[in-house]
Design a protein around this ligand. Structure first.
Ligand SMILES: [Zn+2]
Length: 316
């Protein structure tokens, strides 16, 4: 979920209630990758050029998610784009993934948002990234939001929508916001009680970054590869999977204990994780409050995360 403002949920309830009295005009397209399908609905946009622009934008964002493993994580899912009037500075003031019935990503786009603004925004890729994991309830919210927050930067960098350096800078900016949350509550407690949003999102992102590094460096694998296996064997768009059960399956699929070991450290942690070793492994240093990127073996690991794997199919 995109979190910007708590006034949106109520506004949306009213919007949906108002919209329910008239039949919506829906522009429907289906994006395919292998046997997976993403159905994209643009709702109630009279102007054909704008409909095409919104469809084109979503196709580019959906293409970025294919840099993970070449197909959409679910066999079938839906994206619904609705325009709204809003003074919010974001071009996509609200996004949400629903898991009742067919898994659906709802995106509410500012009516006057330009294509350039939409392409620069992270909300759509964040919401689409939620399709990579099962629903894990409140206890697993930090894992869900963490994965979407990690992938929103990684997948856009791979698709050329951000430079790799910019993706690292945005991750670091998020970690900085997470570090400033100082309630001393455990990550699990914050997650369960819907508090400490910035630590929930960005300590969660650090968890997946650490897992990705361990898989690439020590197990000749990657987070993408393990999530691809999970998508093939086990992922369902609806229904609850407890965080421990999800991570234990990821351990099995990676023939490692990367996930359970990190979980044991992260879930009870009362402050933001120390990422000094992680940054050393990536060849990233902090100089005068700015990130500096080293060459050498560490750079290979760093680039392997943000570069599109050559062997994977291009976006359809
Ligand atoms: Zn989210």
């Amino acid at each position: 979920m995109r979190v910007r403002s708590m006034r949106w949920p109520m506004a949306l309830v009213l919007l949906m209630a108002a919209g329910s009295t008239t039949a919506a005009q829906v522009d429907q397209r289906t994006l395919r990758a292998g046997e997976s399908e993403l159905h994209v609905d643009v709702v109630d946009v009279a102007d054909a050029d704008r409909r095409a622009q919104l469809q084109g934008w979503l196709e580019e964002v959906a293409g970025a998610t294919l840099t993970a493993f070449g197909r959409y994580p679910l066999r079938s899912a839906r994206v619904r784009i609705t325009q709204i009037d809003s003074n919010d500075e974001s071009p996509v003031p609200w996004g949400q993934t629903l898991r009742r019935g067919e898994p659906s990503v709802l995106l509410f786009v500012r009516r006057d948002a330009s294509l350039a603004e939409l392409r620069a925004d992270w909300t759509a890729i964040h919401e689409l990234s939620h399709l990579f994991h099962p629903y894990m309830g409140g206890d697993g919210r930090w894992l869900s939001e963490g994965l979407a927050s990690y992938y929103q930067n990684v997948l856009r960098a791979r698709a050329g929508m951000l430079s790799a350096d910019e993706a690292w800078r945005r991750l670091e900016a998020g970690f900085g916001r997470g570090r400033r949350e100082d309630s001393q509550a455990s990550l699990r407690e914050l997650s369960r009680s819907h508090r400490g949003t910035m630590r929930v999102y960005w300590a969660g992102a650090a968890f997946w970054l650490e897992a990705d590094i361990a898989l690439r460096r020590d197990h000749a694998s990657s987070l993408d590869e393990v999530l691809s296996r999970y998508s093939s064997c086990c992922l369902r768009g609806t229904g609850l999977v407890e965080p421990e059960a999800f991570l234990s399956r990821l351990d099995e699929l990676s023939r490692s204990q990367v996930f359970s070991a990190l979980y044991a450290r992260y879930a009870p942690s009362r402050e933001f994780p120390d990422l000094a070793d992680t940054y050393r492994a990536l060849g990233i240093a902090m100089r005068d409050d700015r990130l500096a990127f080293a060459d050498g073996p560490a750079a290979r690991l760093r680039r392997s995360i943000m570069a599109p794997p050559a062997s994977r199919p291009a976006a359809p």
